[in-house]
Design a protein around this ligand. Structure first.
Ligand code: SAH
Ligand code: SF4
Ligand code: F3S
Length: 459
């Protein structure tokens, strides 16, 4: 469903997405913008009329990947006699701008995360060979205003951006520079998109933002207006959105208010899962990172969240080897991990980002020390993840079936704690939430059975 009926597709677009869920959301929206001008998505760059790389700038490796991928795509373009438009979108586009076209002249256009609604106009300029081929203006509200109101969906799970940008300026991070100042969409605007998703069969919605719990969008006039918090938004989406499951990501400890914690206790649609990145367990390092919270504050939030929702799964992000991190600081991180107990966590070696304050700091940590620390931390996190998954064996858990599994006759779905679950079952279960008896677990997934089959009675 789009605002106006899409014309018959005459061209193909391949979009490759790197980085966070915000980029996954943006790639979906780019498809919505391109459909009315005749572009249908395809799953290979080869033969495509338009190739879009939606890029991530968060770590050096992420950026380098983009240039090596562009080298490959350039060869495909040459093999097609130049009949391919190459666009670079996302955070590398925002950070490096015209430099990308200098480094890789096969690139036709570069557009930052706030310019996706201008994609059709930019493609037209490329085809006419006139006009600007770089768009890196910051106007997040204009982007949301100009994108089609309705969404096309693919399966029972969808992302919905409610907030974008960041004003926190952690000293290691590029996001405030690539995504711009923090803005929240209005509740009314979010609900239009939410209803479009629900009417197309979406059962689980994930509210997105770089700092999603800093949400402070305009409340609906009919409810008295004012600025709403994320807790209010979550309850509203639960009440009238038509979804069975709601999640939100990514949060910041500084914005974790009492009402949002209470929503975990009183809103059954809100899934028992919280991704709250802490980055480090050392107060000294947290301060140098400009995180604006202490270890104690974070641990207190985790304690209160567990009290509100005892079965909650906790997740986090960590950086090891931040400038000046000593063995003792790293031990504080290990100790915090032992104290919290995570169901999943993402950990990274500190990566120097040009233009950020941490890149200029003294005490950059040698690569071999970063490697050692990362290995130790990841071993501990793997242990916790394996134990968390194993704790579900023997339980019956509601699984949202998302599609076919890897093997014949197998289906795939996700648990309330975002675990992948495989079980033998029929394809028509797709999109349903069904009780599955968990019979096995590993580091990355659970295996289960339909309960009827567990008793030997055919389903
Ligand atoms: N807004 C989120 C994080 C967005 S970036 C938050 O505040 O938590 C996702 C993750 O990438 C961060 O949580 C951090 O762990 C990691 N990251 C960001 N910049 C990094 C850098 N320079 N080096 C290594 N990891 C980094
Ligand atoms: Fe980056 Fe910090 Fe903002 Fe998260 S809160 S996006 S880590 S600056
Ligand atoms: Fe990467 Fe930009 Fe997201 S830098 S993590 S794609 S906000």
């Amino acid at each position: 469903m789009t605002d106006t009926p899409a014309p018959k597709a005459t061209k193909s677009v391949f979009i490759k997405t790197y980085g966070c869920q915000m980029n996954v959301y943006d790639s979906e929206r780019m498809k919505d913008v391109l459909a009315p001008i005749g572009y249908a998505p395809t799953d290979a760059a080869e033969g495509a009329d338009l190739v879009v790389l939606n890029t991530c700038h968060i770590r050096e490796k992420a950026t380098e990947k983009v240039y090596s991928e562009l080298g490959q795509i350039k060869k495909l373009k040459e093999a097609q006699g130049g009949k391919m438009t190459i666009a670079v979108a996302g955070c590398v586009a925002q950070a490096e701008g015209a430099e990308i076209m200098r480094r890789q002249p096969a690139v036709d256009l570069v557009l930052g995360p706030q310019a996706y609604h201008k994609l059709p106009e930019m493609i037209a300029r490329v085809h006419r060979s006139t006009g600007e081929r770089l768009e890196t203006e910051f106007d997040t509200q204009e982007k949301f205003d100009a994108l089609p109101k309705a969404r096309s969906v693919d399966g029972p799970v969808a992302y919905l951006s409610v907030q974008e940008g960041c004003d926190k300026f952690c000293t290691f991070c590029v996001v405030p520079y690539t995504r711009g100042a923090e803005i929240s969409r209005s509740v009314d605007e979010i609900m239009v998109e939410a209803r479009s998703l629900a009417s197309q069969g979406v059962r689980e919605v994930q509210l997105l933002g770089q700092n999603v719990n800093a949400y402070h969008g305009a409340g609906p006039a009919i409810e008295g207006g004012g600025e709403w918090t994320l807790g209010q938004l979550v309850r509203h989406v639960a009440k009238i959105g038509g979804f069975d499951r709601i999640r939100y990501t990514t949060s910041h400890p500084r914005d974790m208010d009492d009402d949002l914690i209470a929503a975990h206790a009183d809103t059954p649609e809100l899934m028992p899962f919280l991704h709250l990145p802490v980055q480090s367990g050392s107060n000294r390092i947290l301060q140098a990172m400009n995180r604006g919270h202490t270890r104690e504050h974070y641990l207190d939030i985790m304690r209160r969240v567990k009290e509100a929702r005892p079965d909650i799964g906790l997740a986090s992000d960590f950086i090891v080897g931040f400038p000046g991190e000593s063995d003792k600081d790293f031990e504080d991180t290990m100790d915090l991990v032992r104290e919290v107990g995570y169901c999943i966590a993402y950990s990274f070696k500190y990566s120097e980002r040009p233009g950020t304050p941490a890149a200029e700091m003294f005490g950059q940590v040698p690569e071999d020390v970063k490697n050692e620390r990362l290995q130790a931390l990841q071993a501990l996190l793997r242990e916790q993840q394996t134990a968390f998954n194993a704790s579900k064996v023997g339980q019956t858990v509601p699984v949202l079936v998302t599609g076919k599994g890897r093997n014949a006759g197998q289906m795939h779905g996700r648990s309330p704690w975002l675990q992948a679950v495989h079980f033998d079952g029929a394809e028509d279960l797709s999109g349903q939430i069904i009780d599955i008896e968990i019979v096995g677990s590993s580091l990355n997934s659970l295996s289960g059975k339909l309960p009827q089959m567990a008793d030997g009675v055919p389903a």
